[in-house]
Write a protein that binds this ligand. Sequence first.
Ligand SMILES: [Zn+2]
Length: 288
Amino acid sequence: MPICIECRYPVKTLWTQYSGAGDKSSGHNIRLTVCKNCGCFCDKYVEHDFVVLFIDLVLIKPQVYRHLLYNTLMKEDDKLDTSMPRLGLLLLLFDVYLTWARVEKQTDSAPVSDKGTALSDFAQQPIVSQYLFFLILCGLSSLAFHLCIRFLSTSRLSPLVAIKLLPCYTRPNSVSTALLVSSSTKLFPILMVIWQYDVPAAARSLGWAVVANNVEALRILLDCGYGVAALLTTIGAVGRWIVGRSVLWLVELQGLDSMGEASIAADGKALWAFVMYVREWAGQLVAG
Ligand SMILES: [Zn+2]
């Protein structure tokens, strides 16, 4: 059942079609339902296009998450929406690009003595093998992230459920949907069209923006507090990091990520730059 995105009150329908519907000349002829509980439109996003949705998603508006998670993408029997595997693949490919670009930059900027033989061997490999390697690395890491959070929030064996921090949620696929949708901030640079920023800093800022989005999406979906949502995201991130590390360790490329590892100061700076940039960008959009 759909909900009012302002106050979560359940509603029967989000809009009503009245006479003349389907007649292109007279517009959509759709009337949005007004919520009985709060008096606002139940779901204004029904009428908005993808770009508006995406911008509000990047700006972490809870309403847009409620619209997507409850009113659009959630199916009665917890089936994944057909667009989700495609979004997952897109995010994966983008992840591969960001990781690869970052590693390449690191390898280029590191002094020869720090590179180690394994790393320079790796750079000598054919492009296809390098691509496949990053594809597997990012694929397994993302899988670990999803599985950790799905296990913690939906399994009866979850320690968080056992200590009653979180009620056992029965829809694992909805959890993945929430994580995928909230990770789509990663695609934000596509809207910027021209990438003027140096890749490592941009990747780091995006990383933080994605974390904030993940936390918000989990909070809204599971109806829990920020603390629990942040804890879930952190454990998922740790799982992802362990898996990523293990893959690098298996192929003896341990040096790959520790070089130029993110310092807290650099992270803070990147986060701040991102916030300022979004504000400036949103400002221009409103003014234009
Ligand atoms: Zn309402």
